[in-house]
Design a protein around this ligand. Structure first.
Ligand SMILES: Nc1ncnc2c1ncn2[C@@H]1O[C@H](COP(=O)(O)OP(=O)(O)OP(=O)(O)O)[C@@H](O)[C@H]1O
Length: 247
């Protein structure tokens, strides 16, 4: 049984001024102990999947289908709140939204540690490569790369069994990004299910950390499977992905 599963999930957004089906009949399994990479062009629905699998779809969304966590369909906001308080962790694409604005990042990380007592602050910061000399800064006083790593530290502190990272290395230099991917691999090896959204094809392939790859287009999953099998496919979009990374 995968840690998380989307079953026939369709999401329609209607803002009143604009409406669109952003996810269509999506089936996706995120197994324990694995890194599943979610890939696809901008706007294809990757972050919407992150929102669906963490119970954070926008208010303008209507959905059909199911999201299962640990084999059970999650149907209400109360259950989602409980899951997000420990089992399910998210590093959002806008990393700064992981924090409240008017408290230092250090204070917020310490609060998270006190709440969960799952991992030490030092350990989570080391895994996220977040330098603790940023502790006394407020979120907006961080660089994009610093707050990205702080958001990963915050997500790791409760030791979630399902971790979703939305572009975790987008603001990092190649060397730091490489280490972050390697540490995410180590985290998955502890038994966690990791869903990683990224455009960073080169780094993803160089590090060789992913077990499974899922490609999306226009709100649909087009190709999914073990990385070793995906590499051999002739699908032009998949080939383009590997060529982009120089493989
Ligand atoms: N909060 C929101 N309210 C309404 N529509 C949204 C919202 N967030 C995203 N969308 C729409 O959902 C669709 C999918 O967006 P999504 O953010 O999932 O794309 P993505 O694949 O993550 O793109 P990128 O790689 O650029 O981050 C887009 O058409 C977008 O306009």
């Amino acid at each position: 049984m995968p840690t998380a599963e989307l079953r026939d999930l369709t999401v329609h957004i209607d803002t009143g001024r604009w409406s669109e089906t952003v996810l269509e009949a999506v089936n996706l399994a995120v197994p324990a102990g694995r890194i599943t990479a979610l890939l696809g062009e901008s706007g294809c629905g990757k972050s919407m999947i992150a929102a669906a699998i963490t119970g954070l779809l926008p208010a303008s969304a209507n959905s059909t289908g199911q999201v299962h966590i640990d084999g059970a369909a999650v149907r209400d906001e109360r259950t989602w709140r409980q899951l997000r308080a420990g089992t399910v962790g998210l590093v959002p694409q806008s990393d700064v939204t992981a924090f409240v604005p008017d408290e230092t990042v250090g204070a917020q990380l310490i609060d998270l540690h006190r709440l969960h007592r799952a991992r030490s602050v030092e350990d989570a910061c080391a895994a996220a490569l977040y330098p603790i000399d940023g502790f006394d800064l407020f979120p907006h006083q961080h660089s994009a790369g610093q707050i990205q790593r702080a958001a990963l530290a915050a997500a790791l502190l409760p030791a979630p069994r399902l971790l979703i990272v939305d572009e975790p290395t987008a603001s990092l230099d190649t060397g730091t990004g490489y280490e972050v991917w390697t540490n995410l691999r180590e985290y998955a090896d502890t038994g966690a299910a990791v869903l990683a959204i990224t455009h960073d094809a080169a780094l993803l392939i160089d590090t060789g950390v992913t077990d499974r790859m899922v490609f999306m287009r226009h709100g649909r999953i087009t190709v999914a499977g073990p990385t070793t099998e995906i590499r051999t496919l002739e699908d032009p979009y998949v080939r383009g992905f590997f060529q982009q990374s120089g493989q």
